[in-house]
Design a protein around this ligand. Structure first.
Ligand SMILES: Cc1cc2nc3c(=O)[nH]c(=O)nc-3n(C[C@H](O)[C@H](O)[C@H](O)COP(=O)(O)OP(=O)(O)OC[C@H]3O[C@@H](n4cnc5c(N)ncnc54)[C@H](O)[C@@H]3O)c2cc1C
Length: 345
């Protein structure tokens, strides 16, 4: 229904307003009729607005996406202490873990297409707020910082416990997430265990090593993704909600708009300690909740034996492959024996 006024509502002596009702153009002469039509139209517009509002709320409810991001030292600038062999973190700038940025980009693309909200979540010291603010400049809608001295010294088990509790609390406060994203792995801890750990604790389907979201069917509540695996790409269809661990992806990471940058600077970051995140059993957090122990950190020493180089000039691929296999078997005769006895050589 559209409404066209050629003149404002006015006394009958003046030009009468022309109204288009359900596509029909008509001039209304009787003031009572005009009033009734206008009241009717205003009512219809209100109903339409309410429907639009409900639809938007419904979309928001449907597509709440949580992206876990970790602030990590910029590995390009990390040095190992030559004497103690420990990582020298002082003065090393921090960045958002690169895989988490790809996860954020994928989440923002889904939100831009289907509507909804993206919440970014990190567990870390107060300075991790910088990473969250950066994520807001890229276009995230909300940021939650999980920070408490009880989290210090967490291994992957304790980290995934705390994050899963916080995600449940985010669900209570801002709507149940339909997709939880993590990066495939971090560039500092490098374990790739936190994503699957969260999925297990929240009983979510986990889609790991995802390179791209192919499609989402909101009415059927399904998602189709491309997962990179050894030797190819798998196309997987899953139900929502789910947890995705994201590879480097195919999308270029966006530059945030000026509007997003201004909003990020002004936005209030939601800060939760353990209790506020709904964590009752504090013994599952931090050092106490971390059964893993780092016994030693060291930089591997270079091998005494030099690598053998195969000269490929004027050789066919088959010749090079044969030479490579011969070289491997010369260095590892047991492997040749194992492969020939299993019939796979
Ligand atoms: C044996 C062991 C002992 C450790 N001891 C300590 C210690 O004493 N002190 C210490 O500071 N660190 C310690 N760490 C590092 C700490 O455990 C890791 O930072 C943390 O568990 C995450 O592991 P990861 O970096 O391997 O993450 P991965 O499993 O590689 O990360 C996968 C994804 O999970 C998400 N993610 C991971 N961590 C976070 C986070 N904090 N917030 C939001 N999202 C996240 C990201 O999306 C990331 O891409 C230890 C690690 C290990 C393996």
């Amino acid at each position: 229904m559209s409404l066209v006024y050629d003149a404002p509502l006015c006394p009958l002596s003046a030009k009468l307003p022309e109204v288009r009702l359900f596509g029909k153009r008509t001039t209304l002469r009787n003031p009572v009729v005009i009033k009734n039509h206008v009241v009717g139209m205003v009512g219809a517009l209100k109903t339409q607005n309410r429907a639009m509002h409900n639809m938007r709320s419904e979309l928001k409810r449907l597509m709440h996406i949580v992206v876990c991001i970790k602030q990590v030292p910029d590995s390009a600038q990390i040095r190992v202490h030559p004497v103690t062999n420990t990582i020298m973190r002082q003065g090393v700038p921090t960045i958002i873990n690169p895989y988490d940025l790809f996860a954020l980009e994928e989440a923002l693309k889904v939100r831009d297409y289907h509507g909804g909200d993206v919440t970014v979540l990190t567990m870390g010291p107060p300075m991790a707020e910088d990473a969250l603010r950066k994520a807001l400049t890229y276009g995230a809608d909300r940021a939650v910082l999980l920070t408490d001295r009880h989290f210090a010294g967490s291994d992957t088990l304790a980290t995934s416990f705390a994050l899963s509790q916080a995600i449940a609390q985010i669900g209570n406060s801002f709507g149940t997430p339909d997709i939880v994203f993590t990066g495939k792995q971090t560039i500092d801890g490098d374990t790739a265990q936190v994503g699957p750990g969260i999925a297990k604790r929240l009983n979510l389907v986990q889609l790991t090593y995802v390179a791209k979201i192919a499609s989402i069917d909101l009415s059927a509540r399904t998602i189709t993704v491309e997962r990179r695996s050894e030797g190819g790409t798998q196309v997987l269809k899953s139900e929502l909600p789910c947890l995705i661990t994201m590879l480097e992806g195919t999308a270029a990471i966006r530059r945030g708009s000026l509007e997003d940058a201004l909003r990020a600077a002004r936005s209030e970051i939601v800060k939760w300690n353990a209790a506020e995140a709904g964590i009752e059993d504090i013994t599952k957090c931090g050092l106490r909740g971390s059964p893993t122990v780092v016994k030693r950190v060291f930089a591997p020493t270079p091998r005494a034996e030099k690598a053998t180089q195969i000269d490929t000039t004027e050789k066919t691929v088959r010749d090079v492959a044969d030479e490579l296999v011969t070289s491997i078997f010369t260095h590892q005769p047991a492997l040749e024996h194992e492969l020939s006895s299993s019939g796979s050589a």
